[in-house]
Design a protein around this ligand. Sequence first.
Ligand SMILES: [Mg+2]
Length: 223
Amino acid sequence: MRIIVDMDEVLVQFVDEVLCRWNTLKDTRFTRDHIDMWHMEATLGPGSFEKITEWIAEPDFFENLEPMPGAIHGFNTLRQDHDVVIATSLAAGIENGYDSKRRWLKKHFPDFDHKHFICTSRKGLLKGDVLIDDAVHFLEDWWNNGNNRAITFHAPWNRVEKNFPRAAKWEDVLSIINFWEAHDEFDKIQRQMETAKTVELVEKTLDHVDKLMKPRRFIPVAL
Ligand SMILES: [Mg+2]
């Protein structure tokens, strides 16, 4: 499968870094649970938009962000078996975001092919089998462009999203992908069975089903 993976809040902890800086600056106690809207400045209050814009313009801001829990192992597991593309959006006017994000990828996935790294604000226009994202507007864009498989990476700001299955952690992402893979395999087998003309072909197909029923390869994710 070609799987399109978002960066901020799927691979990378963006919100936690911003909250940490804002809480230190303003002596507040905001946590992720308080951020129930996409534009976090609506929750943080006056001056936060300007401050966040200033922080993300730092040349090494994205490069130094922490990975999401389980993301390194989960992403490495995913790319063993799939054509994985990273699609991220960049805030307008933040020119160094592209380089800083690429350096983050280099640091955590040194052998990742950067031809599979895309910056776009229209993820619905990409061609793939699955999108993994936390942003409701990107998931809606994906859905509105005729794609019916995506995974909503759970966050307080995307609770309203109802079209797609929800992953609370990377382990859930792998389980959902494994389920879809198995579903597609069974679909294929069913079609082969329907058109099989010989006993030999039916037996071969049944043997394949038997192998599929054996536990699928799954590496538990350390959280
Ligand atoms: Mg995101």
